[in-house]
Design a protein around this ligand. Structure first.
Ligand SMILES: NC(=O)C1=CN([C@@H]2O[C@H](COP(=O)(O)OP(=O)(O)OC[C@H]3O[C@@H](n4cnc5c(N)ncnc54)[C@H](O)[C@@H]3O)[C@@H](O)[C@H]2O)C=CC1
Ligand SMILES: CC(=O)C(=O)O
Length: 310
């Protein structure tokens, strides 16, 4: 399988590195406005492959995307002084208009994986710009927040985070909803296992973990300027799920017809991923408070998307 990555900065390159190490694809094409950057990233990552896989990584142009099954878009535009978030969104939308048109000209069947922030809005904008069916325009959404939640829940009980089944729903951002009520370890409710192990989920535990998830990006960006390893690995996981037609469940963002009464909104719910993209949702039973939080998150995203002119 061939895939493309548009935007070979820290996120795009980390995704390429993780995908190359997993060895789930045959070829990765890196595209960037700065071709020297794309070439350097491809050369560097290709030197890791003899230790792990036969994946071929190279710099390319849009013409090289022919027959690509998945294209990740991680191209980023920075805010200029005095610019509002919505101004930035409008500029990003214009970048995405050009990028998606090029991608679909050369790889009309590709599934688009959006990573650029604000990822839910960029997912909605991409779907609007391309007119593709929602199941083929997939934002990384809360995969990273869900991973952060599982790491901290696992640490609290000293359990492998891969055996913790818990999801962050809604926005990839401040209004996200950590679903404590549906969190599980193996097939048991997390709260029950925690109580039985003498580590109950007290308000203090809940607040600490909530902060650890919700504020992670702010802390990491303050410490090192950007986050990229977590999302890089997450994008590699999504590519493997699509490429392998896995039908595995991931909290990704797509335009969703109805979420708690809010219509046509891009946000994350646990969804089944396979070779055609999103195949369906597996919405957990969540508490009344979590439902209210999800509705508020959906309303915020809906209002923001409606304000973007494309
Ligand atoms: N979804 C998630 O969970 C996460 C998303 N992000 C987002 O990913 C995006 C990228 O972040 P970084 O890689 O750290 O930024 P970066 O600045 O390192 O890389 C962005 C790259 O995009 C390229 N670019 C800009 N306009 C382009 C265009 N029209 N065509 C092709 N390439 C273009 C730039 O030349 C640059 O190399 C940001 O929006 C960031 O907020 C970052 C971390 C997590
Ligand atoms: C930057 C970002 O979106 C994150 O690390 O969650």
């Amino acid at each position: 399988m061939k895939i493309g990555i548009v935007g070979a900065g820290q996120v795009g390159a980390s995704a390429a590195y993780a995908i190359a190490l997993l060895g789930t694809v045959r070829e990765i094409i890196l595209i960037d406005l700065d071709p020297a950057m794309a070439a350097a990233q491809a050369e560097d990552i290709s030197h890791a492959t003899p230790f792990a896989s036969a994946t071929h990584v190279r710099k390319g142009g849009y013409g090289d995307l022919a027959s690509a099954k998945v294209v990740i878009i991680a191209a980023g535009v920075s805010q200029k002084p005095g610019e509002t978030r919505l101004d930035l969104l409008a500029r990003n939308a214009e970048v995405f208009r050009a990028v998606t048109s090029e991608v679909l000209t050369h790889a009309p069947e590709a599934i688009l994986l959006i990573a650029s922030n604000p990822v839910d809005i960029m997912t909605g904008v991409t779907q609007r710009l391309t007119g593709l069916p929602a199941h083929r325009v997939i934002g990384s959404g809360t995969i990273l927040d869900t991973a952060r939640f599982r790491v901290l829940l696992g640490q609290h009980l000293n359990i492998d985070p891969r055996s913790v089944h818990a999801y962050v729903l809604g926005e990839h951002g401040d209004s996200e909803v950590l679903s404590w009520s549906s969190a599980a370890v193996g097939a048991s409710l997390y709260a029950d296992v925690a109580l039985a192990n003498g580590k109950p989920v007290t308000n203090a535990v809940r607040e600490k973990i909530d902060d650890g998830v919700r504020r992670a990006a702010y802390r990491i960006i303050e410490g090192k300027g950007a986050t990229y390893y977590g999302i890089g690995a997450g994008l590699a996981r999504l590519v493997a799920a699509i490429g392998g037609d896995e039908r595995s469940v991931h909290s990704v963002s797509i335009m969703t017809p109805d979420v708690e009464g809010v219509k046509d909104v891009p946000l994350s719910l646990p969804r089944v991923l396979g070779k055609n993209g999103v195949l369906g949702d597996v919405m957990p039973e969540i508490s009344a408070d979590e439902r209210l939080g999800l509705r508020a998150s959906a309303e915020l995203l809906k209002d923001t998307l409606e304000a973007v002119k494309v």
